[in-house]
Design a protein around this ligand. Sequence first.
Ligand code: SF4
Ligand code: SF4
Length: 424
Amino acid sequence: MAYTFSGGIDLQRNGKVPPKPVSRLTELDRLILLSPEDAGFKPDVKEGDEVGAYQRVGTFEYHGDEIPVFTALAGKITRIVNEQDRVRGVIVSPDGSDRRAELHVCDDPVTELSPETVTGIMKDAAIPCRGSYGYAYRRVLAAEGGTMRFILNCCESEPGVFSRRKLIDGDLNSVIDGAKLLMRALDVRRCEIAVEADEKYYGRIVSAVRGDPLFEVHKMKRRYPQDEEVAMIYAVTGTRLSDADHPERSKCCVFDAEVAAAVYRAAVLGIPYCERIVSVNDENVLCPVGAPVSELLDFCGITVDRPEKIILGGPMRGKLCKNADDPIGPLTDAVTLFFPGEGKDIPEMKPCTHCGRCVTVCPSRLLPYYLAGNAKKKKYGVCEEYGARACTGCGCCDYVCPAYIPIKKLIHTAKRRLPEELDK
Ligand code: SF4
Ligand code: SF4
């Protein structure tokens, strides 16, 4: 039997996982390494400095902590980027050399690392995670040692995204050993692996952990958004979350396969998080974080002005790329392209017909039409009362709404205003 959650939608997958192996993008004109828009950047380097691969080039502040920024490729710092009188990051011009920064690996055997040490490694390697915490170490700290169940997500995020299955294809041992390190960080004795009911990948994972009492493998029904923490916790444990931004309250923790592999690489090889697999059509590319989208497309043989629309991420949750020089971010798992004639224009919004389709598909069991209606009237207190905090922004409601109401956006706005409303 395959596990699933209530709600969600069946989405046509873009065929089978492309058979081509993951290619590596190393020849680039530049890497654009920036802090988030609202954070200042403190460079460790200056213009003209030579840097090695995996070298720290600066830090930015994130919720009171310093998050390091690394370059995946060796080269020269050609520019310190300033925006509105503050430093935002650096531009590296890769030189094609294999010069590397000195890497720091753990002196202790990884099987003996304390939760604090593993969490510190995750922080120092800047390993990101999806969801409200942004970085994997913050998600661990939020759990305060109270995690009862740890789920390793090996399900793919969206249609047309293959990065997780490609990681399992090429680096399953890192994922499994990284999961053991995450168990140490969370101080749990068992890991439940969730993988789509795809015989090949399910079979590979079952074989890899066979006989190991630390692991149990769950087959998941293929249904979007099965990889979201809220949906996955419900599917595996039956626990429903009332606040998507505080999943730790469920005493369950979900980390993606990429996080596990990144923890392994940081702890055992000393390699910080600065590259990831990105799906682009049938290509899967190990891409440095900071590579301009235009150079990634060029590497995949796509002329940048051919697509009508470029989306950073999958078609459901991705963000419109307004400038082809925008850099690939640490969580960008795909670049989705719409060629002329493929992307339909969104028709004009109509009044809600109360058809109830949005209610049927909402994995958080909300009343999306009601929340959207109240968000539009700025009645944020009502949104709070009707559970807006549980909205994960999956977009299933938008996808099925025959009136083309931007439900997700309206609820997102309400969620951002909730604290203000509560303070009144
Ligand atoms: S799907 Fe759209 S039209 Fe139907 S109830 Fe929801 S918001 Fe209204
Ligand atoms: S975006 Fe929010 S309201 Fe809409 S289906 Fe997803 S969880 Fe439900």
